[in-house]
Design a protein around this ligand. Structure first.
Ligand code: AKG
Length: 360
């Protein structure tokens, strides 16, 4: 990917006290966020109690998961087996890095310019004008800095590339990565079963899990009505597990194409279905389009843990879910090609998965 210029991190920009955002951060009118309306419980993503995977409760749990995956492609889970101490610890080390680590030290971990999905401390960069099929939103910068970690398979995991400040950062991130992978595998099992597939179906289709963790930091923004912390997208892999702090700003697109704010719940984990799961389930379950709004008062932090196939894996709809009344909706895709398309076209809602749709 061709990049133009040295990236400016958003945090120092926010701290400079400017009252207007630079023009590169202004979204086209149709992408600007609606005011941060907190939802009532009826209109937000479902909350599912996993009862610590109690086998006696599997049937009702599967039914709740099926409904949430059909209608939202997203749901909160509680009693998921990950301690609130660990959830708080990962939020705390992330926040301490962004708030208290001096900039020269942060820049020791800067993402490599020009490398797609490189590990480290970064911010969105504008892509070169040779990029095709870009839309106006992809040309706008996000009001966000981030730190990306490659965590699974273990051959990709090198904690020496992660912050040394605070001193427990690396240890906390390793523990968090391990626990999120276990939870993702359990959830993929329940999601498979909720469609009548064998428990290992989606995990077998995905193959060895490639896990990445992104800590996102959204500094206060003087003009939140004009900006997005992160533009609208669905995640490209299989399943994302997301936690946020108490500030709020994550919005999901509901089945009526309305943006709905996801209530921050400190002990719950948000499950977001990603595009490969939509393909494997032949569209019976949807991947969730989401974005992050900003606010003028408080910095916001989220931690997203992505679980994806290897680039060589071929993804296609489960044959068990295809029949005369439900023909295949998507053509097969090599996951590496899907990633390339995402990086060349930009996220833009669901346009990457839509490009795989077969004619009815
Ligand atoms: O900050 C959030 O809540 C959303 C993060 C996200 O969607 C991402 O990292 O892909």
């Amino acid at each position: 990917m061709q990049l133009t210029g040295e990236p400016i991190r958003v945090q120092p920009l926010s701290q400079s006290g400017q009252t207007r955002v630079p023009p590169q951060y202004i979204q086209p009118i149709q992408h600007r966020p609606v005011p941060n309306n907190l939802p009532d419980s009826e209109s937000t993503v479902p909350l599912i109690n996993l009862f610590n995977f109690d086998p006696k409760r599997r049937n009702p749990t599967r039914e709740s998961i099926a409904a949430a995956c059909r209608e939202w492609g997203a749901f909160h889970v509680t009693n998921h087996g990950v301690s609130s101490t660990l959830l708080d610890a990962v939020r705390q080390v992330g926040l301490t890095f962004f708030n208290d680590c001096p900039m020269p030290e942060k820049l020791r971990y800067a993402c490599v310019d020009g490398a797609a999905a490189s590990e480290g401390y970064g911010t969105k960069m504008l892509v070169g004008s040779e990029q095709e099929e870009n839309d106006a939103a992809s040309e706008v910068l996000d009001w966000r800095d981030f730190f990306d970690h490659k965590t699974f398979p273990l051959s990709r995991r090198n904690p020496n590339k992660w912050p040394e400040f605070p001193s427990d950062y690396r240890e906390v991130m390793v523990n968090y990565s391990d626990e999120m992978k276990v939870l993702a595998q359990k959830l993929l099992g329940l999601i498979s079963e909720s469609l009548g597939l064998r428990r290992s179906y989606i995990e077998d289709a995905v193959g060895e899990i490639y896990q990445n963790i992104t800590v996102s930091y959204y500094p206060p923004c003087p003009q939140p009505e004009l900006t997005l912390g992160l533009q609208s997208h669905s995640d490209i892999g299989a399943i994302t597990l997301l936690i946020q702090d108490d500030v709020g700003g994550l919005q999901v697109l509901n089945s009526g194409d309305k943006w709905v704010t996801v209530q921050p719940l400190s002990d719950a984990i948000l499950v977001l279905l990603a595009d490969q799961t939509e393909i494997i389930t032949n569209g019976k379950y949807r991947s969730c389009v989401h974005r992050a709004a900003t606010n003028p008062d408080r910095a916001r932090l989220s931690v997203a843990t992505f679980h994806d196939p290897a680039k060589t894996v071929r993804i296609s709809p489960a044959s068990e879910l295809i029949n005369e009344s439900s023909p295949a909706k998507f053509r097969e895709v090599v996951y590496g090609d899907y990633i390339s398309s995402w990086y060349s076209k930009g996220p833009g809602g669901k346009r990457n998965i839509d490009a795989l749709l077969l004619e009815p």
